[in-house]
Ligand binder design. Structure first.
Ligand SMILES: [Zn+2]
Length: 482
C-alpha cells in the first residue's frame, strides 16, 4: 500500500512538472555532426555553456527541455541538450542556470526608443490632444542628437533589464540610435522616420530621403543592426512619397516600418480622401510588400488581413499603448487564426509608459479576452509566440532569432522562477505570461554576448544614464514653460 501511495505521488508530481500544455519534454539532438563526447575535447571550445535550466525553446514543436544546456560558439547556438549529452565539452565560460527558465530573448516589434525621456509627460488624453499639445511641441524644443543618444541608452538599459534582445524603432537621428544600440550589444531593426513636415533632423522630404539612403547604406550587413525606412503613417506622408519609399526599399532591399490604421479617425479620413481604408489604400498604391511592417493595424477589416497575408506584411501589436490612448483593439484573434506575422510591441514610453514586454504579453491576453468575451482566445502560449518567434517573423528575422534552435544566433533571456509571485509553478507558459515580471530576468545574452549578468548591466552605465535622464527632465520642463 505504502509503495502504491508513493508511486501515485510520483506520478502526480511528474504530471505537475510537465511544463507545457500537454507537451512532451524531449531532449533535442546535441551536435550538428553528432560526434561522441570522447571526441569533443579535440574540437574548438565553446565560448559559453549554460547549464541546468528549463529551456522553453519556442521551436516548431514548441519543445521544453528540463535540466537543459545550451552551447554557444561565435555568437551562435551550436548545441542544445542535457547534461549527459553535453558532457566532456570544453568551454571558456559556464553559467549555471539551475532552477531558472531560459527563453528566447523577447522582441519588441514597435517603439520610439528615445521617447523614454518623455515618460509620463502627459497622460489620460486622446491621441490628437496628446500629440499636438504635448509631444510635438516637446519634441520640437528638445530633440537633438544628444537627446536621442541619452534616451536610447535609457531605453536600451530598460529593455535589457526586461529580457528584450531585439527591437524595431522609428524615430529621428536613427543613425545615432544605431550607434548606441550597437555599442550596447542589442539587436535592432531601426527605421529613420520620414514625414511630410519639418522634423528635428530633416527639414524637407528630400533631406529625409538623402539621410535615409546614407543611413541604410552605412549599416547594411551589420551583425546587429538592420537599417530601415520609416514613413510615419498614411495620413502624414503623401501617396507620391509613400511610393518613393517603396522604390527606395526595393532598390536598397531594406525593411519599411510604418503606422497603419491606429485610430478610427485615420480610417475614416483615409476612406474619405482616398476612397479606400488604410491597408487597402496602401495596397492600391503599390506600397505593400514582404518588407513592410505595419504597427497597430487596429481599424482593419478581414479583407485587409488577407491583403497583409498575401503580401507577407508584418504587424506590431501594442496593446498597452492602444488601451491608454483608447485607440481600440486590433483584431488579434482573427490575425492569429489566419497565421499573420504579428508580434507584440510597447510603442513609445510616452504612451505606455515603459518598454516592458512582459506587461504587453499579459495585457494582450486579457484585452482580447475582454473584447471578444471569450477567455479561450489569446492564450499564454500564443502571447509568448507573439513576443518571440512570431515577432521574429514579423520583422523578417526568424532565420536568426526568436527561438532557441541550433544554428540561430544566441539571443537568450534567463529568468528567475523563485519569487513569491511565481510560487508554486504548474505550467511554464502560464507563469511566463501571467505571473513573471520584467525584474525576474536575471541574465541576458545577445548574439552570444552577455549584456546582463545576475541583474548587473555589462554594456551600459546605469547611474550615468539616470543622471542624464534627470537633467533632460529639467530641460523639458523649462522648454514647455516658455
Ligand atoms: Zn508608434
Amino acid at each position: 500500500m505504502k509503495k502504491l501511495i508513493s508511486l501515485y505521488l510520483l506520478l502526480l508530481l511528474s504530471a505537475f512538472s510537465v511544463p507545457g500544455y500537454g507537451q512532451k519534454v524531449t531532449v533535442l539532438g546535441g551536435q550538428k555532426d553528432g560526434s561522441s563526447p570522447q571526441n569533443r575535447r579535440r574540437e574548438a571550445p565553446l565560448d559559453l555553456l549554460i547549464v541546468g535550466a528549463t529551456i522553453v525553446t519556442m521551436n516548431e514543436k514548441r519543445e521544453v527541455l528540463e535540466n537543459g544546456s545550451i552551447g554557444i560558439r561565435n555568437g551562435e547556438i551550436v548545441m542544445i541538450g542535457d547534461k549527459v549529452n553535453l558532457a566532456g565539452m570544453l568551454t571558456r565560460r559556464t553559467i549555471n542556470a539551475a532552477g531558472k527558465v531560459i527563453i528566447p530573448g523577447l522582441i519588441n516589434t514597435h517603439t520610439h526608443i528615445p521617447m523614454v525621456l518623455f515618460r509620463g509627460i502627459a497622460d489620460d488624453m486622446d491621441l490628437n490632444e496628446w500629440l499636438t499639445k504635448y509631444i510635438f511641441p516637446a519634441e520640437a524644443k528638445n530633440v537633438d542628437e544628444q537627446f536621442v543618444r541619452a534616451g536610447t541608452r535609457l531605453g536600451l538599459a530598460e529593455m535589457i533589464r526586461g529580457g528584450t534582445t531585439t527591437y524595431a524603432d522609428m524615430y529621428y537621428y536613427e543613425d545615432a540610435i544605431a550607434d548606441e544600440t550597437k555599442r550596447a550589444g542589442v539587436r535592432g531593426v531601426l527605421g529613420e522616420t520620414m514625414i511630410d513636415f519639418p522634423v528635428p533632423d530633416n527639414k524637407t522630404w528630400e533631406a529625409a530621403m538623402a539621410y535615409t539612403e546614407r543611413f541604410v547604406k552605412k549599416w547594411q550587413g551589420d551583425p546587429l543592426i538592420v537599417p530601415a525606412l520609416a514613413p510615419h503613417a498614411p495620413y502624414t506622408v503623401s501617396t507620391e512619397h509613400l511610393q518613393a519609399v517603396r522604390r527606395m526599399s526595393d532598390r536598397l532591399n531594406a525593411p519599411v516600418l510604418i503606422h497603419v490604421a491606429e485610430t478610427k479617425k485615420e480610417r475614416d479620413d483615409i476612406l474619405a480622401q482616398k476612397g479606400a481604408t488604410p491597408m487597402k489604400y496602401l495596397d492600391n498604391i503599390g506600397f505593400l510588400g514582404p518588407r513592410v511592417i505595419a504597427a497597430h493595424t487596429i481599424w482593419i477589416t478581414d479583407e485587409e488581413i488577407d491583403i497583409m497575408n498575401r503580401h507577407g506584411v508584418g504587424s506590431g501589436h501594442c496593446p498597452q499603448s492602444n488601451m491608454k490612448l483608447a485607440a481600440g483593439a486590433a483584431p488579434i484573434p482573427a490575425m492569429l487564426a489566419k497565421d499573420t506575422a504579428v508580434g507584440l510591441g510597447t510603442d513609445g514610453a510616452a504612451s505606455n509608459n515603459d518598454l516592458n514586454m512582459w506587461e504587453e504579453m499579459d495585457s494582450a491576453a486579457k484585452l482580447h479576452k475582454v473584447v471578444t468575451g471569450d477567455p479561450k482566445v489569446a492564450t499564454a502560449m500564443q502571447m509568448l509566440e507573439m513576443a518571440t518567434i512570431r515577432a521574429a517573423r514579423a520583422l523578417d528575422l526568424e532565420k536568426i532569432t526568436g527561438s532557441i534552435e541550433i544554428g540561430k544566433r544566441a539571443d537568450i533571456a534567463i529568468v528567475d522562477m523563485n519569487a513569491l509571485h511565481q510560487t508554486p509553478m504548474f505550467n511554464v507558459y502560464s507563469h511566463l505570461v501571467y505571473a513573471t515580471k520584467a525584474a525576474d530576468v536575471s541574465t541576458v545574452i545577445i548574439n552570444g554576448r552577455v549584456v546582463m549578468l545576475n541583474r548587473r548591466l555589462l554594456t551600459l552605465n546605469e547611474s550615468v544614464i539616470k543622471k542624464d535622464a534627470n537633467l533632460y527632465r529639467k530641460k523639458i520642463i523649462k522648454s514647455l514653460a516658455n
